[in-house]
Design a protein around this ligand. Structure first.
Ligand SMILES: Cc1cc2nc3c(=O)[nH]c(=O)nc-3n(C[C@H](O)[C@H](O)[C@H](O)COP(=O)(O)O)c2cc1C
Length: 338
């Protein structure tokens, strides 16, 4: 069904700016996530039972997950599983509601199948998300695949008080998330990536792990860290009781693009693959089997998913490729991976 619909929908969406197209899609999905999910699932290949796996304390229905940032406020949680995802990650949410950066803040580089964004964690705040997730649970609408919540720092919170910001969100969402991700790798919150340094990271992760109780806390890292700094961050994560690593977030580099749009922000999509792939390798080596690694960055084919799983990743996540190839991509990946 989606393979038939998206070729018709894409020209319309791509005739709008990326921000407008995203907002339009999210308001439609948020208005009727269940009915649209039922429609989307017609003909969709769900992950085969043999593709399920245990990771960071949960049972992933399949290896392909939704990456953070597409559904920051979790408005379409009942919709995403119907596309064939094995798990989904909502957020980034922050302690305080915040508008994000002024628009336009999202740009397509169509010839490269790439995006540049500087959204800046626009979200309604972790209290609002907790209320929404509670309601979903109360109404029996919680998906039967894991839902992770990605947590970041509010822009107004000084870096020295970052831990409290993360911990407040985690406490509010305790019992409502199947796993948490501590995001210290977005390039769009000033100073955030400094939190990837060992000393602060150890404090942040130890507090986050404690606040999360029995729920796993994953750490999401940037591809712009040197190999040494990345390996060190993975080491800190392993020693602080983190449940896993997500590598990688978007990059501030532009060399892999054929056309630089000249906009500040993080780049994602196909041209991110070779950098992300290399850094995922570094993360796997540093983790050395002690904690699982989720691979993300430029994934658009079953060959890439297979390559990462064979290299030792427990699962992968996808965002940008869905914008260019349509939401039927996940079903196609499931079919080819079977
Ligand atoms: C528009 C946009 C917004 C994003 N927002 C977030 C976010 O809020 N938190 C986060 O951890 N990652 C965010 N990401 C990064 C993605 O989760 C992913 O790590 C990155 O895009 C690389 O994967 P991809 O090439 O499949 O898109 C965002 C990406 C895009 C394109």
């Amino acid at each position: 069904m989606l393979d038939l619909l998206y070729p018709l929908l894409r020209p319309l969406l791509f005739s709008m700016g990326a921000d407008k197209a995203h907002d339009a899609m999210m308001s439609v999905l948020g208005a009727a996530p269940r009915s649209l999910g039922a429609l989307a699932s017609i003909g969709t290949a769900m992950p085969a039972a043999s593709m399920a796996r245990d990771a960071f304390g949960v049972r992933l229905a399949g290896p392909v997950g939704l990456a953070a940032g597409l559904d920051k406020d979790g408005v379409a949680v009942p919709f995403w599983p119907r596309l064939g995802f094995g798990f989904i990650e909502i957020g980034t949410v922050t302690q305080h509601a915040q508008p994000g950066n002024p628009k336009p803040r999202m740009f397509r580089i169509v010839e490269d199948n790439a995006l540049v964004n500087r959204a800046g964690f626009n979200n309604a705040g972790s209290a609002a998300l907790a209320t929404r997730l509670e309601r979903l649970k109360a109404r029996g609408l919680w998906p039967d695949i894991p839902v992770g919540v990605n947590v970041g720092k509010s822009k107004v919170t000084p870096l020295e008080e970052a831990t409290e910001d993360y911990v407040t969100s985690i406490r509010r969402l305790e019992g409502l998330a199947d796993y948490f991700t501590v995001n210290v790798s977005s390039p769009n919150t000033p100073g955030l990536r400094d939190l990837q340094g060992s000393e602060f990271l150890a404090e942040l992760l130890t507090s986050a792990v404690e606040a999360a109780g029995d729920t796993s806390v994953l750490l999401k890292l940037a591809p712009d860290l040197s190999d040494e700094a990345l390996a060190e961050a993975v080491e800190v994560a392993a020693q602080s009781g983190a449940g896993g690593i997500i590598a990688t977030n978007t990059t501030i580099t532009r060399d892999a693009l054929t056309r630089d749009p000249g906009e500040a922000g993080g780049m994602s999509g196909r041209p991110l693959w070779s950098l992300a792939r290399q850094k995922i390798g570094v993360a796997l080596e540093a983790a050395d089997g002690r904690i699982p690694v989720v691979g993300v960055g430029g994934i658009h084919s079953a060959e890439q998913v297979q390559e990462l799983l064979s290299a030792g990743c427990v699962a992968v996540q996808v965002y940008s490729a869905m914008i260019f190839e349509g939401p039927g991509l996940i079903s196609r990946l499931n079919r080819q991976l079977r």
